[in-house]
Design a protein around this ligand. Sequence first.
Ligand SMILES: *Cc1c(COP(=O)(O)O)cnc(C)c1O
Length: 379
Amino acid sequence: MTAPVATAELPFFPADLFEDDREHLLRIVHEVAADPAQKFILGPHTARLEAALREQLGAADVVACGSGTSGLTLVLAALGIGPGDEVVVPAFGCAPLASTVVALGAVPVFADVDPLTMVVDPDAMERRITSRTRALMPAHIFSVMADLPRIRPLAEQYRLRLVEDSAVAQGGVLDGVPAGLAGEAGVYSFVQVKTFGMAGEGGVVVTRDAEVGRTVRMLRNHGQDGRTRFLHHRIGWNSRFDEVLAAFQLHRLPGLAARLERRARIAERYAEAFADLAGHGVLAPPPGREGRCYYVYTLLAERRDALQAHLAEHGIGSHAYYPLPLPRQAAFARYTTAGDDWPAAQRAAERALSIPIYPHLTDPDVERIVDAVRRFASA
Ligand SMILES: *Cc1c(COP(=O)(O)O)cnc(C)c1O
């Protein structure tokens, strides 16, 4: 074992993400707390945040809600997904892809992923379509956007609803279409670690369909229409947005583009430095800007656990996301049938290792990570 290097630890996610904005956060807390209006949820800050994102994206509507997960639930409900319906989702990814479907009484049907990019394979999605299928729900994962240019025609051909789990892909653009707007609706999560993360829970639904936006607005607040209280047009949820956090996000929004650019630059350096490691058991994700969202940067390593241990020895944090494919999770196993198989999802679960890519990594930090990965691969 090599001796740990005597430099500061580089965590996978740093604890000082909001350091520069802390003073401002405290000022906002004071302002909202002291405001005579005493409006703490769904007030003017939330409306301004929704309007700012709507304009930036050219969306028909942006609806702030309690989390990315509840945003997905509201979208599926707004599109009428319910008991007996099947929704085709990726076999590799995070739990809300399946749990939001189950929460509505519908059935998640798992499609295998692409072995290199780890996004859902459109051909596998098509093979999982049955007479009960009502929607396709691809997800962008790590740094790669799902293949919407191939999935959208599938949805049209089979007359299915198309929901994009774009929770991690804010800022990503594919074929000129911002993440979340290729289908009928998408979501962005603002949980701390996401690219537009914040100091609390929340997210938005983004949609190019004003009617879907209207319905989601109703569903996030117990089925009320925002005009008359205690008139419930539909059975809804409580998925409302906090005014302090809305003001915090409005403050952080102008800096988002620069933070995303820094992430993309770090990814460029990684892509260049890791391009020749494929023959050494370490595969880097596809490079470039088109259809990319640099939320996390994920390698596929034949000796994943050894690489993670090696990085830890060098003071570098890493993260093995999703150690089990969704259909292999105890929670979702009942939605599979004997003999079903997702070989690429299984390999991804065994090999994926994400390394730091947060915007305030310095160039020397990045070189330290590059060196550590390269030394492992060439050992
Ligand atoms: C983070 C995430 C979610 C959930 O967002 P929350 O705000 O944590 O509820 C959903 N889907 C994907 C792909 C995510 O990464």
